[in-house]
Design a protein around this ligand. Structure first.
Ligand code: FES
Ligand code: FES
Length: 200
């Protein structure tokens, strides 16, 4: 009678591997896994919102992991983690980057700007005040990302048209589809910053 057991199964599987190795000669060597490469740690200073912060990270660590996990600046949201939605955007030397797909080592020593640098509860940036009035955030997952990209735009162009705002924010997806409120927020914030409108 045939008896099934884990021990018998493993014995049979071992015999099969041996036979394959004998018949296929070099087959066994061909499929041997490569030796793991040692994980090396790096240590660097990240200048975030003007403050030098030191973090230790591995070569494969993303900038988002350093900012949010290692340094605790959790305002930057990671959503798709696929370089598709823009939620994780931060500025590096004034240019927006998806932090989920930027290696930490690429940003080490450079000037990084995150949503925490824009404003806080007591001192909101006009973008945040106008965005609040226009309800430019619903769930809020996309907000930190487009806000820093909008800041980068306004730093270069204080009088953007709606089309220029759409073009600058093209890499940002809002799952709640607050697009019209977001565009209006950026255009009208520019007017506030130019001194041609005020928030009441
Ligand atoms: S979380 Fe980085 S692009 Fe979506
Ligand atoms: S407010 Fe929900 S994703 Fe934009």
């Amino acid at each position: 009678m045939m008896r099934y057991s884990r021990r018998n199964f493993l014995k049979a599987a071992g015999a099969g591997i041996t036979l394959t190795a004998i018949e296929g000669e070099s087959l066994f060597a061909a499929v041997a896994p490569p030796l793991p490469t040692p994980i090396t740690k790096e240590r660097a200073t990240f200048i975030i919102n003007g403050k030098p912060l030191v973090a230790e990270y591995e070569a494969r660590t993303t900038l988002w992991e350093v900012i949010a996990v290692k340094l605790g600046l959790t305002g930057t949201t990671r959503s798709c983690n696929r370089a598709s939605c823009g939620a994780c955007s931060v500025l590096i030397d004034g240019t927006p980057f998806y932090s989920c797909h930027t290696l930490a080592m690429e940003a080490a020593g450079k000037k990084i700007f995150t949503i925490e640098g824009l404003g806080d509860e007591k001192n909101l940036h006009p973008l945040q005040k106008v965005g609040y009035l226009y309800m430019a955030a619903d769930c809020g997952f996309c907000t930190a990302g487009w806000s820093v990209t909008a800041k980068a735009l306004l730093d270069k162009n204080l009088n953007p048209s709606a089309d220029e705002v759409k073009s600058a924010l093209a890499g940002h997806i809002c799952r709640c589809a607050a697009y019209s409120a977001i565009v209006r927020t950026v255009v009208d914030t520019a007017a506030v910053l130019r001194g041609e409108a005020e928030i009441i």
